[in-house]
Design a binder for this molecule. Structure first.
Ligand SMILES: *Cc1c(COP(=O)(O)O)cnc(C)c1O
Length: 425
């Protein structure tokens, strides 16, 4: 599509957008009596209008039925999470039994590593992306130390080549290949939080398997953002948080994927708790653990139903939108429009004032664009905030902007472009 830097053109794109009414399903922070231009869905998605209603429903059931709320009422709390796994599994490209909803992201990363990181004398190394999100770095280093190994020797981080910002798939695959004799696990992000680069999960998984290792992904920035095919890609395990692109509330509940081929894998061990016990026999409370089939067997504790109610409010909107595919079609266009407007600013200034470090190729990115500001980076970001833009700042000079197809319009992207242009005059 040939884009134009005019409000009429943005208007036209909005008119043609089949998802344009979904904006009204979210609550937007106000700035000087107007909706902010919210481009921070990569950090915290907006609140669904129905969130309060859903929480009130839980409070009401608690009030009216108390303990009986687990078994009675419209949506009994026992098994409430199962109502969500259908929508969620389609978002991540999994079978229903391969997905369960529990805990938060870093906790789940640890629990999955208990199962999938089993270092032995020779095979103990982990390959990960360099400069991964800090929590992942801490989690992996502590797992390695827990098993008595030294992170310096055991964790191999892959960094971009000199002068480049993102990783080349060929380099990732080569490092995996080089470690075929000592590799236990490849653990990558689906999308890097800083650059917005989406990794080739299919190739990385295949290379890991060829090297005799497991492949797992942290999908914090990928779930609800890009189309995922975890089952078809033969990924071993994955986890994510639901408060970024899945709009399920700050610190909201997370989810995990375990490939069905591992359901009966005797090599895997896991930490167990009563919520992972077969649901229909759980309350007989027998001595020995009998797991629920599938990913649900990884659950430990009573589900936090209030958080599930928030998650449901958000996932219902995905369901109504027809799942991730139609959202992704809009998302590609929306992000391409922002990219066009930013490049237009550079052209008009005869200078690369904003260098987009996110890959140009749409299969290598989600909705986020990360800009390195050549001049007055912090002032530029402040100017955005003063003008009602909520974006996201990363030291020393990077602004991350994420147009989200569920609640951002082409007109908002156009207005963002105008404010960015005004920031650098
Ligand atoms: C957001 C994010 C986290 C945050 O983890 P929590 O346990 O939810 O606080 C972890 N890893 C990555 C890659 C993230 O993007």
């Amino acid at each position: 599509m040939i884009f134009q830097n005019t409000s009429q053109f943005a208007d036209l794109l909005d008119e043609q957008d089949p998802l344009k009414n979904f904006r009204s399903k979210f609550l937007v922070p106000q700035h000087k009596g107007k909706d902010t231009l919210y481009f921070c869905g990569n950090s915290l998605g907006l609140q669904p209008v129905t969130a309060q209603h859903n929480i009130n429903g839980i409070l009401q059931t608690w009030q009216n039925l108390a303990i009986e709320g687990f078994f009675a009422g419209e949506d009994p709390w026992l098994g409430y999470h199962k109502k969500l796994t259908h929508t969620l599994s389609s978002i991540v490209g999994a079978k229903s039994e391969e997905v369960t909803i529990m805990n938060s992201l870093t906790v789940n990363l640890h629990l999955l590593m208990v199962s999938f990181y089993k270092p032995t004398g020779k095979r103990y190394k982990i390959i990960m992306e360099g400069s991964a999100f800090p929590s992942d770095q801490y989690a992996l280093a502590s797992q390695v130390k827990f098993h008595g190994y030294d992170p310096k020797d055991s964790i191999i981080e892959i960094f971009p080549r000199d002068g480049e910002f993102t990783l080349r798939t060929e380099d990732i695959l080569e490092v995996i290949d080089q470690h075929a004799s000592d590799l236990a696990l490849v653990l990558f992000g689906g999308i890097n939080y800083y650059t917005g680069q989406c990794f080739d999960m299919l190739s990385i998984t295949a290379a890991a398997h060829k090297a005799g290792a497991y492949a797992g992904f942290d999908l914090a920035h990928a779930a609800g953002n890009v189309v995922l095919k975890l089952h078809d890609w033969d990924v071993d395990f994955a986890c994510w948080c639901a408060y970024k692109y899945m709009n399920s509330g700050p610190g909201g509940i997370s989810g995990i994927f375990v490939n069905e081929k591992h359901f009966a894998n005797p090599y895997l061990s896991r930490f167990e708790g009563w919520w992972g016990f077969k649901q229909d026999e759980r309350f007989l409370m027998p001595h020995d653990f009998k797991p629920e089939v599938g990913a649900a067997g990884w659950q430990l504790s009573t589900s936090p139903v209030v958080l599930l109610a928030l998650h449901k409010a958000a996932l219902d909107i995905f369901e109504e939108a027809g799942g991730i595919e139609p959202l992704r079609i809009k998302s590609e266009l929306l992000t391409a429009y922002l990219e066009f407007l930013i490049n237009d600013i550079n052209t008009n200034n005869n200078d690369e004032l904003f260098r987009i470090i996110t890959p140009k190729n749409k299969v290598e990115r989600g909705c986020q664009l990360s800009l390195v500001c050549k001049k007055n980076a912090r002032q530029t970001f402040n100017f955005l905030m003063e003008n009602g833009v909520m974006g996201d700042w990363r030291e020393p000079n990077v602004i991350r902007l994420s147009p989200v197809p569920l609640y951002n319009s082409f007109m908002q992207v156009f207005e963002l472009g105008q404010i960015l242009a005004a920031a650098v005059v």
